[in-house]
Design a binder for this molecule. Structure first.
Ligand SMILES: Cc1cc2nc3c(=O)[nH]c(=O)nc-3n(C[C@H](O)[C@H](O)[C@H](O)COP(=O)(O)OP(=O)(O)OC[C@H]3O[C@@H](n4cnc5c(N)ncnc54)[C@H](O)[C@@H]3O)c2cc1C
Length: 459
């Protein structure tokens, strides 16, 4: 089906988004559709969620409001004076976001020279872009709950706040200022919108038809060999997992060696459960963060000593709280995600064990029995990512966004040895997430067009 990791799973009146559930950075989707003279509202109907999400701390539950005034009050209530500091913090995050969008993320990152202009460089230094998120946020806040709130978006980026450049507090602008949105009917509506738009523009799709190898003539790909046939190729954009795409080429034409991939820092994988309940759970919001376990212990299991986390943090999405179309009447649609390190052994026993942990935690914090109300259950983890997506080490979100894996230090969009082969998607620039995946497509499409024009002029 179209969508890749943004897949859907429908059964017995439930509609589960299998991957993404947070619609952030609406401006990126607007820009994407504007490229085709259309707007998101032509394809799906968006609503801003308020509260943006609910957080279950160990000793309390807090709703994170969408409006800035209420958010500021919440920060002040938790830590006197933090509201005003939040204003300063978000003003800087907004500037980082602006600089990134205007000067960084839409660059192909083929050469350092793209970034060397005085204005960009002086902005980068002025905004303390090369410090870490960890250090940066501690200049503003001290309460551990506030620190968790401002550091949580970094979890999407697949590295510890200590190892993530402070540039990425731009994600706080995305979270707290631009807001958390939801397309009615689920995230898959976005995929359907893009798919229908592509069809209307004459794109042809071939599903369930895996590329097995790329055939070369000279230093160009001439043909794609697939499970169901062969396709002549003028230009090829490999938008599947980068490491896998390289395996489809003879070794000497690959951009990167096996050692290179082994030395990459991957972002976490995920253990996900899709659960249908035949009752409502009023204590849940649309997005729920279970931060009632030790962040440090879970982070240690994710990044320092890879292992199944003993007492995991969890994310629970319950879109049926705000959208009656994704579950039958009186039912609840739960998506439960536990971040896990890539490369672990994934067994049915472990999946059952963590399901129990998740159920017990949700029951305890919502004060409601739910286990006896389960009418549908499916799990998804490492092995599924590998089978369905050829995911390297079973990763869910590609490479970690560390400084050493940012911009020109990411796997290149261009194959340096094959003149008409390009790479797009979450393993190349700008990185993981739906908005970056769209940006990546735009960057590569522009390069391919440029290349074709260059060849036409030369001919
Ligand atoms: C559980 C989960 C939750 C997430 N949550 C969010 C979120 O809330 N918000 C957000 O913005 N992002 C989220 N993400 C990240 C986001 O989904 C991804 O970054 C994005 O979808 C990646 O898109 P892509 O096009 O790079 O790759 P993919 O979506 O993986 O697409 C690659 C496609 O290539 C296909 N393919 C692989 N090998 C071959 C082959 N040999 N031949 C032909 N086709 C092949 C695959 O089957 C797949 O369809 C989440 C991801 C996961 C897994």
């Amino acid at each position: 089906m179209p969508g890749g990791r943004a897949a859907k799973f429908e059964k017995d009146g439930f509609m589960f988004d299998m991957g993404p559930s947070w619609y952030w950075m609406p401006d990126v989707f607007e820009r994407f559709f504007a490229n085709f003279n259309t707007i998101p509202a032509d394809h799906y109907s968006l609503q801003r969620l308020d509260p943006s999400y609910r957080v279950f701390w160990q000793s309390a539950t807090e709703d994170i409001p969408a409006t800035f005034g209420e958010l500021k009050t919440l920060f002040d209530d938790i830590e006197p004076g933090a509201g005003t500091r939040l204003e300063d913090f978000l003003a800087q995050a907004a500037e980082k976001y602006k600089i990134s969008m205007e000067k960084l993320v839409y660059r192909p990152s083929l050469s350092l020279s793209e970034y060397i202009n005085t204005q960009t460089l002086s902005s980068l230094f002025r905004l303390d872009l090369f410090g870490s998120v960890h250090t940066h946020v501690r200049k503003y806040f001290t309460d551990p709950r506030l620190l968790q709130l401002v550091e949580f978006p970094i979890l999407f980026l697949g590295a510890l706040p200590q190892n993530t450049p402070s540039l990425y507090t731009l994600m706080n602008h995305a979270d707290m200022t631009l807001g958390t949105w939801y397309p009615k009917g689920g995230m898959y509506k976005v995929v359907e919108g893009i798919y229908r738009l592509a069809l209307s523009l004459g794109v042809e799709f071939s599903f369930q038809n895996e590329v097995i190898s790329m055939e070369l003539r000279g230093s160009s790909v001439s043909r794609l060999i697939t499970a169901r046939g062969e396709y002549e190729a003028d230009s090829v954009i490999a938008a599947c997992d980068y490491q896998h795409a390289e395996q489809l080429l003879p070794q000497e034409y690959r951009n990167y060696s096996n050692n290179y991939w082994q030395s990459r820092k991957m972002s976490p994988s995920a253990l996900v459960y899709y659960v249908g309940l035949n009752k409502k759970v009023d204590a849940l919001e649309h997005h729920n963060l279970f931060f009632d376990a030790s962040f440090a212990d879970h982070a240690n299991a994710l990044y320092s000593n890879p292992a199944w986390p003993a007492d995991p943090l969890m994310y629970v999405c319950c879109p049926s709280r705000t959208d009656e179309t994704v579950a039958p009447a009186g039912c609840e649609n739960l998506f439960i995600l536990i971040p896990t390190p890539p490369g672990l052994q994934d067994t049915p026993g472990i999946r059952d064990q963590y399901f129990d942990i998740a159920m017990r935690r949700i029951e305890k914090r919502t004060g409601t029995n739910i286990r006896e109300n389960i009418v549908l259950k499916r799990s998804y983890a490492h092995n599924d990512f590998i089978t369905d997506y050829h995911s390297f080490k079973g990763n869910a979100y590609g490479l970690a966004n560390t400084l050493g894996q940012t911009a020109i230090l990411k796997p290149s969009i261009r194959n340096k040895k094959v003149s008409n082969l390009w790479y797009a998607g979450q393993l190349t620039v700008p990185g993981p997430g739906l908005p970056p995946a769209l940006i990546s497509g735009e960057i590569v499409a522009r390069q391919v067009l440029k290349n074709i024009q260059k060849k036409a002029i030369a001919a």
